[in-house]
Design a protein around this ligand. Structure first.
Ligand code: LP5
Ligand code: MN
Length: 275
């Protein structure tokens, strides 16, 4: 059995009933309108979903649970309180994104959530889905993959956590600046998932439904393979009601006979059917 399949034997979840997945909310001190929308969503999720998965980049940047939870600024204290309320009402899972990959068990404990391993094989009433944030599928973006391998290294992270709050925040701001600078010159297609990397996920993990976020290109792609069945590649929407001309947000609703992207605006998400 390949190592990836062994990995998945440990990374699996059984989530019955209605499962909602949302990612890329990018909450920070300057996202009050996005927070208002996401807060309303969290209220609904607590009442209507049996499980909620927040699939990475819940926060716009994160320099460590210790710093964030010691004396959270007002915007974060409010978010933590409502996330905790949601975590008491429904099964709450949180995955790491490329901005908030430093979230840990302390945050999850605070909001009554479980850290979602990645990738995660999730058995739902709809069927089995494989979830991952999606940044690791952008394999054409070599600069990013190099950056990712450095900052995901546990020794580098241990070093980072040994720094004081101010220095960590300065490094994070510098990383954000460098990233935004770099993104201005990168071709759009390399900041998207690589088709081969997506195909490998379907093949290696023997799944029919892959769900990820990160790329901010929400859609459902349906591949009808005839005898071999139907594959679905779902990209979750990002949320932005503060900095974009066209506000956006939404989530994936999964139930026994439903796999549907729900928009928080009147702008629906595309479904592409491929033979
Ligand atoms: O994030 P976004 O949307 O702008 O672009 C992403 C990729 N960029 C990133 C970098 C994050 O924005 C930085 C967040 C910092 C969080 C705090 C952690 C601080 C360091 C922790 C150390 C353990 O994810 C971007 C992709 C894009 O998505 C599309 O997929 O292209 O990738 C890049 O831009 C990578 C650049 O090419 C190189 C980034 C250089 C950053 C150098 C900072 C060095 C600090 C490292 C300290 C060890
Ligand atoms: Mn992301």
């Amino acid at each position: 059995m390949s190592s990836s399949k062994k990995l998945l034997l440990s990374n699996k979840l059984q989530l019955a009933g209605t499962v909602w997945l949302a990612s890329d909310i990018h909450l920070g001190p300057d996202t009050p309108r996005t927070w208002a929308q996401f807060s309303a969503f969290l209220q609904r999720a607590g009442e209507e979903a049996d499980a909620l998965i927040i699939g990475g980049d819940l926060f716009d940047a994160w320099v460590g649970d210790d710093v964030a939870l010691k004396a959270p600024p007002e915007w974060l204290a409010q978010a933590l309180a409502q996330l905790a309320d949601t975590g008491k009402k429904t099964q709450l899972y949180v995955a790491r994104g490329n901005r908030d990959f430093l979230i840990g068990e302390k945050l999850c404990h605070r909001i009554h959530a479980t850290l979602l391993p990645e990738p995660a094989l999730i058995h739902t009433d709809y069927g089995t889905i494989l979830f991952t944030h999606g940044d690791e599928l952008c394999t054409d973006d070599r600069a990013y993959q190099r950056f990712r391998s450095i900052v995901r290294n546990p020794v580098v992270q241990k070093l980072f956590f040994s720094l004081g709050t101010d220095l960590r925040e300065r490094i994070a701001r510098m990383a954000r600046r460098r990233s935004m600078q770099a993104n201005k010159t990168k071709r759009a297609e390399i900041m998207n998932v690589n088709a081969g990397a997506v195909k490998d996920m379907f093949m290696n993990y023997e799944i029919k439904t892959l769900v990820h976020g990160h790329t901010h290109r929400p859609a459902i792609r349906v591949f009808d393979l005839g005898q071999s069945g139907v594959l679905r590649h779902v990209v979750l929407p990002d949320w932005d009601y503060d900095h974009s001309e066209s506000p956006r947000g939404g989530w994936l609703h999964i139930a026994a006979d439903t796999l549907q992207l729900v928009s928080t605006t009147d702008h629906d998400f595309p479904i592409f059917e491929r033979p």
